[in-house]
Design a binder for this molecule. Sequence first.
Ligand code: SF4
Length: 367
Amino acid sequence: MSQDGEITKPGRMRAQPDVPFLDVNALTEFVICPRAGVIAHEAGQDESVNDLGPVKLDYMPEYDLHEIEHALQELKGQLWLWGIGAVAALLLTGVATYTVHPESLWIGLAVVAGIVYKMMRLFSRAWVLAGRQWACLHAEPKEPDPMATEVQRVNWWELMKAGFRSIKYPEALTDEDRMLSGRPWRVLRRGSLRIPVFRELRGEAKLDRHHYVTMAAYCHLLQVREGGDTRYGIILFGHSYEGVAVPNSPATKAAFHKELVEAWAAVRKAREDASFPPAPRGAQCEHCPLGWPRVHRLGETEHATRLEMLPVFPGYGGDGRPYHSFCGDRFHWIPPHERAKEKELKYALIRMSERPRSLDSWSEESW
Ligand code: SF4
């Protein structure tokens, strides 16, 4: 019997053939703001973008003991080599100073100082990694009560010590019936347990509706694809090892299904009727990165979806320069971002025949 009980009676949640394929990231954005959801869906943003982005040269593993120990070994090897280099540079400096020219001393000391600086940087990285290794090795095994109905605090290393295996999936999980796909940051496995883990890197360490929906969506995908036991999901906050286990309760599943249906409808309407979902009330746009206005530079700052380049919808600032944002270009408005207010952005004068429909409903009150 399905864990979904009455919420997922066969056929009830099966998507209609014409609904768009949504990823969990877009669904999450829908819950936060429907316009952000449309943009995420059309831009094809993947939730694993952090993993797929360009590899940073100063990258240091954080959540995998094997990777941490491997990186630590490499750093130790480099420290040895640079240490030998420092000793050799000192000896050469001494020899050159006494046999070639006394001024060689300063050149030699400059080289040694450069090597020491490099070693200090390597040492500070090794220190951080050693701290992570220590935290992992000294953690006590502990895991959430799978039958609990409350949110429980968890620690990443305690979960690892409790015998979970952390798996990074190479591909997204999909449910063709509901046209949903998504790849959690990691999946914890032990026996039949399948625990999705994702990280919340923005905002404060507090739970909101979109966290519950995202967690239920990942649990759903794991259950559909692997038949796993998905009693809860884990959210880690920021770059820490602390997080919470959120029960995959009937209420959470119901919220997920409701939001999924609404997201389908919003995307379909945006695509077929070119209608815009409503902007959120309140101060949500003030700090939204999608509404952040930047100066328009032709060929550089335009925004694109998977299908097209978006025409620029500029607002002119008090300084006379044209500004635009992703949300503004997509929905033909000037989002009330705090920077838009600071720059005193106003609509450009345009012919009525070119006037986007959304402008008709705009008023000063929306600020
Ligand atoms: S700027 Fe406002 S309307 Fe646009 S995506 Fe952000 S929160 Fe939503």
